[in-house]
Design a protein around this ligand. Structure first.
Ligand code: ZN
Ligand code: ZN
Length: 153
């Protein structure tokens, strides 16, 4: 259970890091993903670097763990890309990815940061995600804390 939670935590941290790239791990494992342009590893005679070549230092079990993690990350990032809704209140605004989510639209319940929705509402009244007409914008903290949605402004 603890290990699973750690994996989830690591996954969300890695996927939230804009510098993290799955191809980096693919590359470490010697999987077919070309190195970034500019690296000098592509000399004709040089064997491609792969963790699989270093069995003295990395045993099969460890290698399997890395491969497992890669598979997990691959599916998690695919899910994250496919999901249109944030999965936790810690998520960043899905519009700008610069601010945390701070506003909930009524009545559809979709979310963004206040900067995005305030700017959007100057010209539009439809939800970014489902195009429902937004009647009001609630404070995300308030909605999250009370668990209820009030129509008061
Ligand atoms: Zn935003
Ligand atoms: Zn919506």
């Amino acid at each position: 259970m603890v290990e699973e939670a750690l994996t989830e935590r690591a996954t969300s941290v890695l996927l939230a890091d804009p510098c993290f790239q799955l191809r980096s791990i693919c590359y470490l494992l010697g999987q077919p993903d070309p190195p970034a342009p500019g690296t000098s590893l592509s000399a004709p005679d040089r064997k491609r670097f792969s963790l699989q070549s270093y069995t003295d230092y990395i045993n099969a079990e460890e290698l399997a763990q890395v491969e497992q993690m890669l598979a997990h990350l691959t599916s998690a990032s695919a899910q994250a890309a496919a999901a249109s809704l944030p999965t936790s209140e810690e998520d960043l605004c899905p519009i700008c990815y610069a601010h945390p989510i701070s506003a909930v639209f009524q009545p559809c319940g979709h979310k963004s940061c206040k900067a995005c929705i305030n700017q959007h509402l100057m010209n539009n009244k439809d939800c970014f995600f489902c195009k429902a007409t937004i009647e009001s914008v609630e404070d995300w903290d308030k909605v999250a804390n009370t668990g209820t949605i009030s129509s008061a402004t």
